[in-house]
Design a protein around this ligand. Structure first.
Ligand code: FAD
Length: 288
């Protein structure tokens, strides 16, 4: 099923994101994770695509296809283009078609300084155009967006103008980068709607439940940290159990507020941690 159709039938849509195991030999381990995540009754599950766009790595396609087949849950495969040729993209979307994958998150991917890029695609909208050209509407295209602006953009206004290229290229649904300040999301959404972007937007939420995530994810995402969040970290960063509980509570608070304010969807960055996803789901299921 095309994911945009789901948004027409239900509000909010609840989706989960997982990533393929780092070592290919561990690929089977993802299914025991999914087995537990299924209890959250996600409307769809998305599977990330390894940084660097290694075409030889088929795990995103394989995992997305198997989840759909085994659990009957809709899936979305991520695909980056910054390090791919047009032939690579053609091959990958051919594999998606064979695997009965109907939804793709068309991404540029991060540019690693000094990396030798293939330079056939500069931006995600060009990938979306290529997919649309090759597949017509057989493969539905979704895209990423950034409530606080993408780190390369000079301003949020510029980033939203660039976002319109994606919509023009056929992107039907947007999923946001993680954020901790709901006001940033509401501000972004208002400005995107004013700019004429009318597609559904799912809010990306990541529960921060351990100190390692604070350093890695929080800094890398560039998300701003509201006082309530830094207070929580300050209080509990040396107390793993308390931080876990506080992190769940914070994410649940964010999600409930978003739902009460009519968000189109919640996209939970599950980090392949079913315990966290289930805890969050238990606290929000009355609103789904
Ligand atoms: P783009 O849309 O190309 O935007 C990148 C920058 O270029 C922005 O500053 C934008 O304003 C600007 N821009 C866009 N279009 C144009 C244009 N036509 N002309 C001029 N400027 C333009 N990375 C992975 O490697 N694998 C994943 O699986 C993955 N999943 C993700 C899922 C989500 C929901 C999100 C939010 C991000 C994900 N990423 C993933 C990270 C993503 O690849 C990076 O954030 C990347 O730096 C930007 O990707 P993009 O598709 O948004 O790029």
């Amino acid at each position: 099923m095309k994911i945009s159709e789901l948004y027409k039938t239900k509000k909010p849509i609840f989706s989960l994101e997982i990533f393929p195991p780092k070592r290919k030999s561990n690929i089977e381990s993802i299914y025991s994770t999914v087995e537990k995540l299924v209890v959250c009754k996600p409307d769809f599950i998305s599977v990330t695509y390894g940084a660097g766009g290694n075409i030889a790595d088929n795990s995103t396609c394989e995992i997305a296809a198997n989840i759909k087949k085994k659990y009957g849950i809709e899936t979305m495969a991520h695909l980056t283009c910054v390090n791919s040729t047009r032939d690579d993209v053609k091959e990958m979307i051919g594999r998606f078609a064979e695997a009965n994958i109907e939804n793709v998150l068309a991404l540029r991917g991060d540019i690693v300084p000094g990396e030798d890029l293939k330079k056939e695609f500069a931006h995600a909208n060009e990938l979306a155009i290529e997919i649309q050209r090759k597949c017509n509407d057989d493969l539905e295209i979704l895209g990423a967006c950034y409530p606080e602006g993408h780190y390369e953009s000079k301003s949020l206004a510029e980033d939203i103008q660039n976002l319109k290229y994606k919509i023009g290229a056929g992107v039907k649904v947007l999923i946001t980068q993680l954020f901790f300040d709901n006001n940033a999301f509401y501000e972004f959404l208002g400005r995107a709607r004013n700019a004429g972007i009318s597609v559904p937007v799912s809010a990306g939420i990541m529960p921060i439940v351990n100190a390692r995530q604070i350093e890695k994810t929080v800094q890398l995402s560039g998300a701003s940290l509201p006082h309530e969040f830094t207070r929580m970290i300050g209080l509990y960063e040396h107390d793993p159990e308390a931080l876990y509980e506080a992190g769940i509570k914070y994410a649940v608070g964010q999600i409930r507020d978003l739902m009460e304010n009519g968000v189109d969807g919640i996209h939970l960055y599950s980090m392949n941690n079913p315990d966290v996803a289930l805890r969050v789901y238990d606290e929000i299921r009355d609103l789904i």
